[in-house]
Design a protein around this ligand. Sequence first.
Ligand code: SF4
Ligand code: SF4
Length: 240
Amino acid sequence: MVESDIKLDENNTFQFTCKLCGNCCKQMLIRLTPFDIINLAGYLDMKTYDFINDYVVFLKTPNVSWLIAALKHVRRGECMFKQGKKCKVHENRPLPCRLFPVGRKENEFLLHKTSYCKGLNSNTNYTLSKWLEESKARPFLEMSQEFYTFMKKISDNYNLDDLDPKREKIFYKLLYDYDSASLESTINLVKPLDKTKFSMRMTEWFLEYTLKVKELSDDDFLIAYEKQALQEEKKLLLQS
Ligand code: SF4
Ligand code: SF4
């Protein structure tokens, strides 16, 4: 639980040295973007659908009209990747873990003051910029900002509550599960960034497509989907 937040801007400094107590791996809700899921699954040499099955929960949260993905916390209430004092996926840990004790609310950065984090007020000084560099958070941050901007656009333009169960299932599969969205061997993007963009574009395409058809026929849908997916793959390969 966060007891208080202090707004951080480029000029503020804070003192922090992680003591590896692991308390944040028990206390925080770790939200995952599709980029985090692709990175974590790749690091663990798993398909995204297996990764989601083993490590992800989907939750409805206040003020957000879509299901957010978050890491499962099962073993004694702590993250499944915690191994003693270490993080099994440290190199590819998701954005909230990189940023902590810094967090974000809309476009602001905040320093989370919690009694459980033993690393605050220690002797290393950070500016926000130095912290983002040290935690290698910038690419994760950029993709997170792109994802939330995308989802805001989607929720402004479509009523996700109106999707029937079949369409809702496809929507979330396309959004969060790249290896299903890429039809496994048909689309062969390599970079996590391209895979994430592919998932978002195909999700948006699906919503446009699904508005036009009353009955969602599996065969017609797959033919249209594959054609669109190949076009998106081509565009992304040309851009990268
Ligand atoms: S991914 Fe790693 S750093 Fe993040 S909560 Fe899990 S164990 Fe902790
Ligand atoms: S709670 Fe603070 S000190 Fe403990 S592991 Fe997390 S960041 Fe480090």
